[in-house]
Write a protein that binds this ligand. Sequence first.
Ligand code: URA
Length: 247
Amino acid sequence: MAERLQKILARAGVSSRRTAEEYIRQGRVAVNGRVVCEVGAKADAVMDRITFDNKPIASEEKIYLLLNKPVGYVTTLSDPQGRPKVTDLLVDIPQRVFPVGRLDYDTEGALLLTNDGELGNRIIHPSYEVNKTYEATVPGRLAEEKIRLLKEGILLDGHRTWPAQVKILAEKKNETTVELIIHEGKKRQVRRMLAAIGHPVKTLKRTAYGGLKLGKLPSGSYRRLTMKDLKKIFSGKIPFTFKKIPD
Ligand code: URA
């Protein structure tokens, strides 16, 4: 994500934005080895190598947040329709964070946000098979046959979904609450899977990433994750070298 250089320099603690503009004009700032003197120039704090007086600027402290996303917020960082964004809910977080995966406007629940692109990509990459747990309410009762279909995989866009773990949490006369655990992240996957078996979703909530549960976090609130939390996402052990925050 490209941002103005003076903003990146200020966030890295080099100076105030105003002074950083001065440093840029003076030719003291370089991006990927090339001196940049235009004050409007942009760079990507994660992807680009930015130096001040030939020394790399401090990299931002890594931060990992778990948010209980309310319905009525988009998980994109900008919205052409001007709807509220999940990042509007964050206060006192100086870092630019982005959501790990997405949740629909009308879905609530667990959403991870971080400025660590590497970890974020690994959590959503299919090879790590991080489970996501959803709770959906649907009209009617789910017949055994329909549950079997969800477990075996549903044909979406010509591809069969990976088998889901399915558990009925509550049954009323006209409504069922069902838990689905999947590790894929196709667009509107849970809604489309349930619609495909004739039970269109009424409400949908993500309750966990791997073993990291949303718990009692109030809607619209968030908390910083610890190393212990991050391990839970990968069912107890992070399967690659990782040491960006203290235990
Ligand atoms: N599946 C959906 O259908 N919607 C979400 O927001 C997440 C998973």
